[in-house]
Design a protein around this ligand. Structure first.
Ligand code: ADP
Length: 600
């Protein structure tokens, strides 16, 4: 079902989606571009004024007034430039930030809409971590690069045109000096891109080593692995340094060449210009203006080359972001959804499932073995079914299919006779609620977290639910009561309290089917009892499927399904399975003997 997810997501062409993204901002962008033209006109006007002042105020007749007026006009041009580029920078970065804001929102919304299978594939996990880096690159482009890039490109082309029009012969001199710069720029583009990409990879490696070392610091210290990690980090750090030094070497070769060529061409122009003036082919002012325009031209080349790496990485970043946005969620609402009944039997009809293959190094795929094979099961309304079996048998997978966190690769899961895939996802989530092993809490108050089960519930309704579950006193006694902050991922609560909150959340949602993945972590006996009681109240008159890790849970269930190697190998009540004398009976006897030994 989710084959597309397992492919490494590669960048896509960015022109069309970029234009679509820019469309709503076209008015602001048009204003920004027209101010760009204004600032360009101011820059280009400078040398023309200088030329006029030289020719009319100095060379032909000494007229101080012409020079004064030219000076004042030059000042006006400078103010004009200041004004236009201020608006341009404000508009471009403001609009750029709005666009990034929109992009971040779209990416987040898009990710939340993806089914679990999307997050299983390795390439998407990589993509997620890269996403932050990609958006960061775009951020720096918006903040520092885009305005100067556009100005420099504009300046380059307009200077070229002005130079050709002014004197094609002198322009020839500029072109001769520009040729080595252009060749070097083309080479620099390739080598610097390679070098900067290497730097980014090396930074990633260094960070990964740092991250792993810090995350596993206890193991590192316990097994005295500090020297090994230090060595490893030293190697990575050195590699990063070498890569960075290479970019510095490339810059040290290229940028002085651009500057040197600029100076050289100015000198050549002055020399040849002098001869031209002597021959009466041109004026002193024109030569001066020519030199100034050429200087602009070389400055523009330098600035574009400096920004090139940023631009190229921004292009790549946008490509991956658009590629991600182009991934259609594999699990979508059907075109003609069928309503689910309020109550009904759960039916698994020849259900088979294999997880999407994992990508290795983003290239090869190894086919995943089937996690479930030909599972048939009919769970009556209100029945309590418990899934037991060894680790990796397929119990959690079965529970996830019932909650439609995944779609089966074969067969069908039905509720009240309606295939789960025919209902809308929203309606399905109202009928079937999956409570995972670890109650995941979000930042906010206890009440906020419980109300995720039903946003419309009032505080007194929440209190009534808590009282029914018998956990109101416990939760109200927490610091700050129901309005107390749970901390990041609920870190201010104990594991047992997090479970109580997540059970209360499920109770408030009041689903017809509850899928519980029993927590493996042991709690203190008091909280354990509270959780058990809350679970039994929650399960009363409700179809409950529990992935059990404790056989006491199995003992209390209506029926037990023993899962092994993705198949249901035994099915029946505790008494029936004990009488059968199969694997459940063996498991139970071993467990009772163990429990007996433990109490002795
Ligand atoms: P149980 O809950 O019985 O311990 P699971 O249903 O978690 O077993 O796993 C069944 C099989 O599917 C195992 O072989 C496991 O390695 C594999 N599996 C579980 N989750 C994933 C996943 N997200 N991606 C790929 N394989 C998985």
């Amino acid at each position: 079902m989710a084959d597309a997810r397992s492919e490494p997501i590669t960048a896509v062409p960015i022109l069309r989606p970029s234009l679509a993204l820019l469309r709503p901002f076209r008015r602001d962008l048009a204003i920004a571009l027209s101010t760009l033209l204004g600032s360009l006109a101011c820059v280009l006007g400078g040398p023309a004024l200088v030329s006029y002042a030289i020719n009319h105020g100095l060379v032909h007749h000494h007229d101080a007034r012409v020079i004064e007026v030219a000076g004042i006009l030059y000042l006006c041009l400078a103010l004009g430039f200041f004004f236009f580029s201020r608006i341009q920078t404000r508009m471009l970065s403001g609009t750029g930030e709005l666009i990034l804001n929109e992009l971040r929102k779209r990416v987040f919304r898009h990710l939340l809409a993806q089914p679990l299978a999307f997050f299983d594939s390795e390439s998407s996990a990589q993509l997620l971590s890269r996403m932050t880096a990609d958006i960061d690159v775009l951020e720096s482009l918006v903040q520092s690069g885009i305005g100067s890039f556009l100005t420099s490109v504009g300046l380059f082309f307009t200077s070229l045109i002005v130079l050709v029009v002014m004197s094609p012969v002198l322009f020839g001199v500029t072109v001769i000096c520009l040729i080595p710069v252009t060749l070097a720029a083309a080479r620099y583009r390739v080598t610097s891109t390679r070098a900067y990409t290497l730097v980014r990879h090396r930074i990633g490696d260094t960070l990964a080593t740092l991250d792993e070392g810090l995350a596993g610091v206890r193991v590192v210290q316990a097994f005295r692995q500090e020297p090994r990690l230090e060595r490893q980090f030293g190697v990575r750090n050195k590699e990063q340094l070498e890569a960075t030094l290479e970019t510095a070497r490339l810059s040290a070769r290229f940028f002085p060449l651009v500057e040197g060529s600029g100076v050289l061409s100015a000198a050549a122009l002055l020399l040849l210009g002098g001869v031209f003036v002597h021959l009466g082919l041109t004026s002193v002012g024109a030569v001066a203006a020519f030199v100034l325009y050429t200087t602009n031209l070389f400055a523009a080349v330098q600035s574009v080359s400096q920004l090139f790496d940023l631009l190229q990485s921004s292009g790549a970043a946008l490509g991956t972001v658009f590629a991600l946005l182009g991934v259609e969620p594999a699990m979508q609402d059907p075109q003609h959804p069928v309503a689910l009944p309020r109550h009904g039997a759960l039916e698994l009809d020849h259900v088979g499932f294999a997880y999407p293959p994992r990508a290795h190094d983003g290239k090869e795929h190894t086919a995943a073995p089937s996690a479930l094979v030909d599972v048939n099961l009919l769970i009556a309304p209100g029945e309590h079914l418990v899934l037991v079996g060894p680790t990796g048998a397929g119990k959690s997978t079965l529970a996830k299919l019932i909650g439609r966190l995944y779609d089966p690769t074969e067969g069908e899961v039905r509720f009240g006779g309606v295939p789960l895939a025919s209902a809308t996802i929203a309606e399905l989530r109202r009928r079937v609620v999956v409570v995972p092993q670890e109650g995941f809490l979000f930042r906010g108050s206890v009440l906020d977290n419980i109300k995720m089960g039903n946003g419309e519930a009032t505080e007194s309704e929440v209190l009534a639910v808590l009282a029914r579950l018998g956990i109101d006193r416990h939760l109200l006694s927490l610091q700050g009561g129901l309005h107390g902050d749970v901390g990041e991922r609920g870190s201010r609560l104990s594991a047992g309290e997090r479970q109580l909150v997540s059970l209360a959340r499920a109770a408030l949602a009041d689903p017809a089917v509850l899928v519980l993945d029993e927590a493996t972590s042991s709690l203190d006996p008091g909280t354990e009892l509270e959780v058990e009681h809350a679970v039994s109240v929650l399960g009363a008159n409700r179809t409950t499927v529990t992935v059990a890790h404790r056989l006491t849970t199995a003992e209390r269930a209506d029926r037990i399904a023993v899962v092994a190697d993705g198949r249901i190998v035994e099915l029946g009540s505790h008494a029936e399975l004990m009488a059968l004398g199969g694997s459940y009976a063996a498991l139970f006897s071993a467990w009772s003997a163990g429990a007996l030994n433990a109490t002795r």
